[in-house]
Design a protein around this ligand. Structure first.
Ligand SMILES: Cc1ncc(COP(=O)(O)O)c(C=O)c1O
Length: 509
């Protein structure tokens, strides 16, 4: 049964536009003493009070309630794809909110945070077991940040060997996640991109033709953005090692091979896992995230400090003086490490392997059903081997038939309580792509529902193309006018900028 969904729609003002002079949420009995006031030099003190909204407590509560009602939140069925998003168990969220963790300060003495350091150390050991690496850190704030950490570790490693002047290039493939070339470039390397062959894979010969004594590293995800595993990945690693380069495995898509392959056994020198995706922790746009970065003992001296060691039964933080310095504050976002640790302990090694197998089964089940829907085709149909946990599909034929795009279909699907699907990173290799990841579904019923909604929308589009083209109809915002996105004069990321750009005067601050 296809369920209708309708978001609440409020014409809600910005919080900055609400309230009135003198309105308060809380009135302290005495003026709050400010012991730090004398420490602020005169020249840095405000002469005018900041232009903050003056609002009562009910107004604030109602405002944020309205905003929360306008999003689908976690009620939507989400098979986002290429990121291996998992359900975030409530129990680990509650655990991480307990006082014993939430009240800890990063500057506390090691002796007072032995339990937390033990979790960090144990989780490091577990990820070592899953990857074969010799040390993990949790400082990077996401997958891209972990890739950037690798680019910086690569710099530090070759600088220490006096080779940084020669090793200027980082190699990746046309279907690697964009964070690999982007972070390599941000760290000052030249990026060499290996193109795809007719079979959808970058060839070993193409790799061999670009690696040399100038190669600093290979940075690549496997499976690639389309869900294809490189069957020659070990030979790729060997080819890069033969010229003295390092190899980094972006393991963002770990669902299908958890407990089945280990990056170090494939020869990689470093890898990353995303706790906010694979390990049951919440994903948030650049937000509450952890990119766990692991490397070989040879690279360990270049890691950002502090590292956590176990010496004589005592856990200690130690700086890593030869390393690249901090990539984020302290040990990183440790509440997320606790949640991921809880998830992994609960799953156990058998559970992790079972989840990997189920994700492959779920994808192949989904593929069989999707391929029976007219208008849906899959990338590289000539590739007869079973795909693992993810397949990229195309609505190219459907677009040719109806004029409706994958984005139109995606928008209409949200009207039935299904989150927008992931299409593809740029460049699109196949037309009108979409890449759902079946292993993210909670149950086979949920998977069937997602597939039924897609079939229903494609059908609707044939009967009434305008209905699908103008979707979504049940969301707060129907269509976003993207024309302002490339015009900095029209968008504003702060209230002050909004006022300035809309000629509302300055906020007086
Ligand atoms: C293969 C791959 N690598 C890296 C990333 C970047 O991760 P994050 O969004 O946490 O920076 C993603 C997901 O966005 C990904 O799918």
């Amino acid at each position: 049964m296809i369920k209708e969904f309708h978001a609440a729609r409020w014409s809600e003002p910005l919080i900055m536009e609400m309230g009135g002079p003198g309105r308060r949420g809380f009135v302290p009995p005495e003026p709050i003493a400010d012991p730090g006031r004398d420490l602020v030099p005169d020249g840095l003190r405000r002469s005018i009070a900041p232009d903050l909204p003056e609002v009562s407590e009910p107004e604030v509560l109602r405002h944020y309630l309205h905003l929360s009602q306008q999003v689908m939140g976690m009620v939507g069925i989400s098979l986002f794809g290429t990121c291996t998003m998992k359900y975030n168990p409530r129990v680990s969220q509650q655990l991480a909110r307990q006082d014993f963790l939430a009240q800890i300060h990063p500057h506390q003495d090691d002796a007072t945070v032995q339990g937390l350091l033990e979790i960090v150390h144990r989780f490091d050991l577990m990820l070592r077991e899953m990857s074969g690496m010799d040390r993990f850190i949790f400082q990077p704030g996401g997958g891209a940040a972990a890739a950037h950490t690798h680019a910086m570790v690569t710099r530090s490693y070759f600088a220490a060997r006096g080779e940084l002047g020669t090793r200027r290039e980082i190699v990746t493939s046309a279907q690697a996640h964009p964070c690999n070339p982007a972070t390599a470039a941000a760290a000052g390397f030249e990026v060499i991109t290996v193109p795809l062959g007719d079979d959808g894979l970058p060839s070993l010969d193409a790799l061999r033709s670009v690696v040399s004594e100038r190669t600093a590293a290979l940075m690549i995800n496997n499976p690639d953005d389309m869900g294809l595993y490189n069957p020659q990945i070990k030979q790729w690693v060997d080819a890069v090692h033969e010229v003295g380069g390092l190899c980094f495995y972006d393991h963002a898509n770990f669902n299908g091979v958890m407990g089945r392959i280990r990056a170090r056994e494939l020869g990689f020198d470093a890898c990353m896992f995303m706790l906010h995706k694979t390990f049951g922790v919440a994903k948030g746009g650049g937000g509450p995230a952890v990119g766990a970065y692991g490397c070989s003992a040879e690279l360990e001296p270049h890691l950002p400090g502090p590292l956590v060691d176990l010496d004589d039964g005592v856990y200690r933080r130690r700086e890593n003086p030869g390393g690249v310095g901090r990539v984020r504050e302290y040990l990183g976002n440790l509440t997320e490490v606790v949640k991921a640790y809880a998830w992994l302990v609960a799953m156990g090694s058998d559970g992790v392997r079972e989840a990997a197998d189920i994700s492959v089964l779920a994808n192949n089940y989904m593929e069989t059903r999707l391929m029976a829907i007219p208008g849906v085709s899959k990338s590289y149909p000539g590739m007869t081997k079973h795909r693992m946990e993810m397949t990229r599909y195309s609505l190219g034929d459907y677009t040719a038939e109806t004029g409706l795009t994958a984005a139109d279909v995606q928008n209409r699907m949200t009207d039935f309580g299904v989150d927008a699907f992931w299409m593809s990173h740029e460049p699109w290799i196949i037309p009108e792509p979409f890449t759902p990841e079946a292993g993210e579904a909670w149950s086979v019923e949920e998977l069937d529902y997602w597939i039924d909604v897609l079939a229903h929308v494609l059908d609707e589009g044939r009967r009434d193309p305008e209905l699908v083209r103008t979707a979504p109809h049940h969301q707060v915002v129907a269509k976003i006018d993207g024309s302002s996105l490339d015009d900095p004069n029209r968008w504003a990321t702060t209230w002050a900028a909004y006022r300035r750009k809309n000629n509302l005067g300055s906020d007086g601050a």
